[in-house]
Structures are given as structure tokens and as C-alpha cells.
Design a protein around this ligand. Structure first.
Ligand code: DGL
Length: 265
């Protein structure tokens, strides 16, 4: 494997860009190939079988583009597909759940940990299971209205304010001291969540996930010595729409966005 090979990153939509942001911060020498499965978004209501099929198609596509590792920048995939597809690919795969758990356990004082995520991730209990094993008191909340509102850029709308009150109200009342963003879209909501929750620690699992990715690249002697090409973005839906949303959220233009039909690769 070539050290200059790109890192594959994927999500259902713009959420994984919170992971791209972190890769650019921690591992700036790495070239990224990003896939947004925007034609099939949201992933949150999909069955485990669908999420596993999508993961197989996407990893196969990213592998065909020569990536040296895949970061599943999607908690729903990490919860529902990673344990299954890990056995099927020889490519190193990094998910979001274990890094999120590790960070929360380290940060939480009282061990009262809230998890907000998609319905699929909450139903899988992927976070809750491990957190409880470590003695934490877990408060899980599915937030199905967040992803469509974030994708359409409605951060300060009345619908968003209502959704925040509906989902975070019970967690605030329960007195959680730490809140895990168990969906990669949610760190984009950080300022709204903090304003509502007050004094609370928030966990973006991307920080530790990228740290782990960097560590395992170093162990395999696969860290890039320097960025050779620009980052490439693919979308299964409208590429212009994805480019527009992505640029707005990242605060910079996406270098290059192309449409891809995963049923044909
Ligand atoms: N951003 C993804 C996650 O972390 C998926 C959101 C969705 O498509 O519902 O779970």
C-alpha cells in the first residue's frame, strides 16, 4: 500500500464533513476521498440490512479509488454495519462509536452521559451498551428531525428551536453532565445545543476517531509524507446541491464534487 494513497471517508450527507474538518486539522498531509450517499439520506430510519448493503457498496467504491483506509464518518453505519462488514474487507476501517465512548468516559465527572443520535443508532444501543458496561448512567435520545433541518441549513429556525426543546429538554431535566454527539451531523449544531443545555461537556467523537486513524496509519507506516492531490468529493445525489451545503457548513469551497451511481460501480 502506498503511503500517499488517500483516506476514504463517508456519510449519508454533510455530517461526515465534521470528520473531514478534523482530518484536515490533525492529519493535514492526508488526501481525502469523501462520499456522501445523499440520494439515500437520511440513514437514520433505514434497516440494519440496508445500512450494511450501503456500507458494502461504498467501501467497494472507495477501494476502487485506491484508498488506504476508510473512516465511517457516520454513526448509524458504525453502529449497524461496521461489526458485520469489518470481517468482509481487508481494508482498515475506523468507526465513530468506540472513540465517542472513550472520550465521554474520560470527560464525564458524574458519569451521567446523554447520547443523541439517529433512531437507528439509538435502537442498536451501540453507545449505551458499552457506556453502561463502564458504570455510566446513560440517557439516550433519538433526534430524527435534526438531520433534515441541518441538511437544509435551518439552524436558527423555529422548527429547530422546537426540536431542540423536544429532544434535549428531558436530558437537561435529568441533569446529564456530558452529551455525546452520536451523529456526525450534530457537531454543526454545537452552539445551539450549548446555549440550550448550559454548563455541559459535549463530545464530538470525530476528534478521537481521527486520532485513532492517525495512530493506526502510523503503526502500518502509512502516514502520508505530504499531500499530493486535492480532496475529492462524490455524491450519490445532486452534486451541486451537496457542494453548496458542504461549502456553507465547512466555510470553504469543496475542491471538486462529482456524481456517482453506486449501483454501477
Ligand atoms: N450522519 C449520520 C450519522 O452519524 C447519518 C444521519 C442520517 O442520515 O440519518 O448517523
Amino acid at each position: 500500500m502506498d503511503r500517499c494513497a488517500p483516506l476514504g471517508v463517508y456519510d449519508s450527507g454533510v455530517g461526515g464533513l465534521t470528520v473531514v474538518r478534523e482530518i484536515r486539522r490533525q492529519l493535514p498531509a492526508e488526501q481525502i476521498i469523501y462520499l456522501a450517499d445523499s440520494a439515500r439520506l437520511p440513514y437514520g430510519d433505514r434497516t440494519p440490512e440496508e445500512i450494511q448493503l450501503f456500507a458494502r457498496q461504498i467501501i467497494t467504491f472507495l477501494r476502487s479509488r485506491g484508498v488506504k483506509m476508510v473512516v465511517m464518518a457516520c454513526n448509524t453505519s458504525s453502529a449497524l454495519a461496521l461489526p458485520v462488514v469489518r470481517e468482509e474487507f481487508s481494508l482498515p476501517l475506523v468507526g465513530m462509536i468506540e472513540p465517542g465512548v472513550k472520550t465521554a468516559l474520560k470527560m464525564s465527572g458524574e458519569g451521567k452521559i446523554g447520547v443523541i443520535a439517529t433512531q437507528g443508532t439509538i435502537d442498536s444501543d451501540a453507545y449505551g451498551r458499552i457506556l453502561r458496561k463502564h458504570g455510566a448512567q446513560v440517557y439516550s435520545q433519538a433526534c430524527p428531525k435534526f438531520v433534515p433541518l441541518i441538511e437544509s441549513g435551518q439552524f436558527n429556525s423555529s422548527q429547530m428551536a422546537q426540536a431542540i426543546d423536544e429532544y434535549l429538554g428531558p436530558l437537561r431535566a435529568a441533569g446529564v453532565d456530558t452529551l455525546i454527539y452520536g451523529c456526525t451531523h450534530y457537531p454543526f449544531l454545537d452552539s445551539q445545543v450549548r446555549a440550550y443545555m448550559g454548563e455541559i461537556k459535549t463530545v464530538d467523537p470525530a476528534v478521537e476517531a481521527v486520532r485513532q486513524a492517525g495512530r493506526s496509519l502510523a503503526e502500518m507506516d502509512l502516514l502520508s509524507p505530504g499531500k499530493k492531490g486535492r480532496d475529492l468529493f462524490f455524491a450519490t445525489g445532486e452534486p451541486e446541491e451537496f457542494a453548496k451545503r458542504g461549502a456553507r457548513l465547512l466555510g470553504q469551497e469543496l475542491d471538486w464534487v462529482e456524481h456517482v451511481d453506486l449501483t454501477r460501480v
